[in-house]
Ligand binder design. Structure first.
Ligand code: NDP
Length: 443
């Protein structure tokens, strides 16, 4: 058996019942075969074996008291995967489906994504099997305080800087930060996604969605296509989906649908984003509430969103939300580009359908890197005790996304995988980390 398959086999053996982690490792490692052939020193130094084993995994109990006075217990975790190129960086996810396999897949992907941004940040991810939905603000606050009471000793502005992800937005970051500050007596840039009044960066809220659309626009431009005048289907209705919608609209595209885990809306005249922002960011409601204000739109309680005819699809909800059949439906309806706002939203079979039908395909680890890139810009501003304007930060984000696209497509070309951004992103992200690990010796 070759080196790569050998390492994948061991990952499956040592991490049983973690299919998402196996999927992410297999996808990355198989695409690195040509690099390993050209650089035998990586195998000799055991780079892959070290890369797939997190540097540190922290598991902890999160006890808290609900509004009825009942004690609840959740499981918290932080997986610090790789610090070869900088302090650990990656989001926290609060969702009932969280378990080690999800956090490992996300942490592993984060290594390459962070490297691709060109900024000095290592890879990590964390979270808890806590569901903030239908909890009161006070319950969310008590949960966040208990979570950070344990995690605070493992993080720090130059050690590990968590951010948001599914279920962790501005409110949660605020509660986490407040408690961290109280325990440590330190006002430092230990979390990103902070409020603008207390160290946050302009554009961080918009960054993942905007960055995704900048990336897709650059990718489309290379093939003489554009977002302007295109019909776009976006899944999810959280942070990434909302700001991807906003940027598509800025560029003259029409977004006709959004979703949540219950169903999706279809508004053929184009989504009215102010209504969605109010439902999601103020009222904390469900996407079906949209049709109360816009009876001309339709709501469907199923997962048929990918059957809607569109030119561009932007999955921005969760992992494995587009399967092979969905991919075939998109191709059949003439979709020319898919940009992953979420992490690993397309199954491997779906990716094969896109690639074999010449659909432009932007993998999440490249296309959604705008969030973490702007988090790193937040870290820089915190270190300098300074803030850049919206325009300055947005211009930096756009340039970073263009660079990621160029680096990934050049790496693909260099290794004979023209137009395959999956392989290109993996290779470009890997090389910098591998070189650094080699330089640091066996650690
Ligand atoms: P939010 O919590 O703000 O929104 C998530 C959205 O996805 C909600 O509409 C949610 O619906 C939906 N969703 C979540 N789980 C499922 C599911 N199992 N099935 C169907 N829909 C689901 O999260 P974000 O917008 O921040 O994150 C979305 C994706 O983008 C994730 O994959 C995340 O890892 C990725 N990402 C986020 C970044 C960021 O900066 N925020 C950076 C890079 C990647 P419901 O309300 O019903 O749960």
């Amino acid at each position: 058996m070759g080196y790569v398959q050998d390492v994948i086999g061991k990952v499956k053996e040592k991490n049983p019942n973690e299919p998402e982690f196996h999927q992410a490792v297999t996808e990355v490692l198989e695409s690195l075969e040509p690099v390993l052939e050209r650089h035998p020193e990586y195998e000799k130094a055991g780079i892959l074996e070290r890369l797939v084993e997190p540097e540190r995994q922290i598991l902890f109990r999160v006890p808290w008291v609900d509004d009825q006075g009942k004690i609840q217990v959740n499981r918290g975790m932080r997986i610090q995967f790789n610090s070869a190129i900088g302090p650990y960086k990656g989001g926290l996810r609060f969702h009932p489906t969280v378990y080690s396999g999800i956090i490992k897949f996300l942490g592993f992907e984060q290594i390459f994504k962070n490297s691709l941004t060109g900024l000095p940040i290592g890879g990590a991810k964390g979270g808890a099997d806590f569901d903030p939905k239908s909890k009161s603000d006070a319950e969310v606050m008590r949960f966040c305080q208990s979570f950070i009471n344990e995690l605070y000793r493992h993080i720090g502005a130059d050690v590990d800087v968590p951010a948001g992800d599914i279920g962790v937005g501005g409110r949660e970051i605020g509660y986490l930060y407040g408690q961290y500050k109280k325990i440590t007596q330190a006002f430092e840039g230990v979390l990103t996604g902070k409020g603008l009044d207390w160290g946050g960066s302009l554009v961080r809220t918009e960054a993942t969605g905007y960055g995704l659309v900048y990336f897709v626009e650059e990718m489309a431009k290379d093939k003489d296509k554009t977002i302007e005048g295109s019909t776009v289907v976006i899944s999810g209705s959280g942070n990434v989906a909302i700001y991807a919608t906003e940027k598509v609209q800025h560029l003259g595209g029409k977004v006709v649908s959004l979703s949540d885990s219950n169903g999706y809306i279809y508004d053929k005249e184009g989504i009215k984003l102010d209504t969605v922002k109010h439902i999601k960011e103020v009222a904390r409601g469900r996407i079906k509430d949209y049709v109360k204000d816009h009876p001309e739109a339709q709501y469907f309680e199923d997962r048929g969103i990918w059957k809607i005819k569109c030119d561009i699809a932007l999955p921005c909800a969760t992992q494995n939300e587009i399967d092979e059949e969905d991919a075939r439906a998109l191709v059949g309806n003439g979709c020319f580009a898919v940009g992953e706002g979420a992490n690993m939203p397309s199954t491997p079979a779906a990716v094969r359908v896109f690639q074999s039908n010449k659909v432009l395909f932007a993998p999440g680890k490249a296309a959604n890197a705008g969030g973490v890139a702007t988090s790193a810009l937040e870290m820089s501003q915190n270190s300098m005790r300074y803030s850049w304007t919206f325009e300055e930060t947005d211009a930096k984000l756009k340039q970073i996304m263009i660079n990621i696209y160029r680096n990934a497509s050049e790496a693909a070309r260099e290794y004979g995988y023209e137009d395959n951004l999956v392989v290109g992103a993996n290779i470009a992200g890997f090389l910098k980390v591998a070189r650094s690990m080699l330089a640091h010796g066996v650690v």
